[in-house]
Design a protein around this ligand. Structure first.
Ligand code: GDD
Ligand code: MG
Length: 346
């Protein structure tokens, strides 16, 4: 069984952060989410990973290459025009094995694939959709099931009063390749709006199974922030890069942190970070690798990507900054999302 990662969406709701990178490459706790995902899939026995990508394919390809460094084989199915979620799967067909797993690459999750695969092997259907329960299903694909788990109805983003349940598509599927025959080629096809309803109607056997563990779509800035808080307070158990130095404090390699700095947990600091005298970092802050924080800085509930500079006397509160952003000196920033403009034009 191999895996296909859908990494081609525009990431509109995460803009400007995703202005110049595919959403799944956005760092989550200082490491691209896609890298966490590759590591996790490998741990679960998946050694062949195909990435379906449209925007900035070279960025993903140059990061992972053949996948050697992660002990997996990685291949890339590049779309030249937007094909939609089912179109992307169809386009990747030559790379797929008889049964494969599809993962929406913007779902941050920590769950086990094995129960899903076992369930798929036991029923006679061609498709298994992982399900999770949410309070407001109107942002997701919502299902209605019978007692055996067969899906009777799949409605993508229904109006709140029209949702048939609170059980939603978790964006992880197990699919038998033979089901792809009925997906049209070379045009945009949405698996959620077109293919699932068609398969259900044709009686292809679409089943759903609840998954346990952590699950969150990182599609909005609020959820992107929430994922970090969940990682820092360990309600999401994905491993964090860096060495735990005290409860709730993780520090990367070769950092230079002045003894007069106060780190208020939980805090995650990348590699080669410098922090100057009397700065206070945390709680709930992530500092990207190679960042420089001068003295007398106050940084709370903030996520800085790599190579940021915060000049002295600056207050950064509830902000998210992309790579290479400079802040201060002597400024206060509250609830801002910043990226470096040259990066956007590149
Ligand atoms: N390759 C490729 N090509 N990937 C695509 C394309 C495309 O044309 N369109 C979307 N994707 C990728 C996105 O990058 C993302 O990883 C995934 O497919 C889902 O697209 P989103 O745009 O993030 O959809 P959503 O979050 O609104 O809804 C989807 O995810 C929910 C779970 O979070 C749906 O699958 C819902 O049914 C589901 O509940
Ligand atoms: Mg999404």
């Amino acid at each position: 069984m191999n895996a296909l990662l859908l990494a081609g969406g525009l990431g509109t709701r995460l803009r400007p952060l995703t202005e110049n990178l595919p959403k799944p490459m956005a760092p989550v706790a200082n490491r691209p989410w896609l890298e966490h995902l590759v590591i996790r899939l490998k741990q679960q026995g998946i050694r062949h990973i195909v990435v379906a990508v449209k925007h900035y394919p070279e960025l993903i390809r140059s990061y992972f290459g053949t996948g050697d460094q992660w002990g997996v084989t990685m291949e890339y199915a590049v779309e030249h025009e937007l094909l939609g979620t089912a179109g992307a799967i169809k386009n990747a067909e030559p790379y797929l094995e008889e049964t494969f797993v599809v993962v929406n690459a913007d779902i941050v999750h920590y769950t086990e694939l094995a129960p899903l695969i076992q369930f798929h092997r036991r029923h006679e259907g061609a498709v298994t959709i992982a399900l999770t329960e949410v309070d407001d299903p109107s942002h997701y694909g919502v299902v209605e099931q019978d007692e055996q788990g067969r899906i009777l109805r799949f409605v993508e983003k229904p109006a709140p009063e029209e949702a048939p349940s609170r059980l939603v598509n978790a964006g992880i599927y197990i699919i038998d390749k033979k089901a792809l025959q009925s997906i049209p080629e070379q045009r945009e096809v949405s698996i959620e709006r077109e293919t699932f309803p068609m398969w259900i109607e044709q009686g292809a056997g679409v089943y759903g199974k609840r998954i346990d563990g952590y699950w969150m779509d990182m599609g909005t800035k609020e959820r992107y922030r929430q994922i970090h808080w969940d990682l820092l307070n360990r309600s999401c158990p994905l491993p964090l890069p860096g060495k735990a130095s005290g409860k709730g404090i993780w520090v990367g390699k070769q950092c230079d942190i002045h003894p007069g700095v106060l780190l208020i947990p939980p805090v995650l600091i990348g590699d080669r970070v410098r922090i100057g005298e009397r700065s206070i970092i945390g709680p709930f802050s992530v500092i990207g690798s190679d960042s420089v924080i001068e003295g007398h800085v106050r940084c709370a509930e903030t996520i800085l990507w790599d190579r940021c500079t915060v000049r002295s006397g600056t207050v950064v509160n509830r902000c998210i900054a992309g790579c290479d952003v400079e802040m201060g000196p002597q400024q206060t920033m509250h609830e801002a999302v910043m990226i470096r403009t040259e990066a956007m034009q590149a």
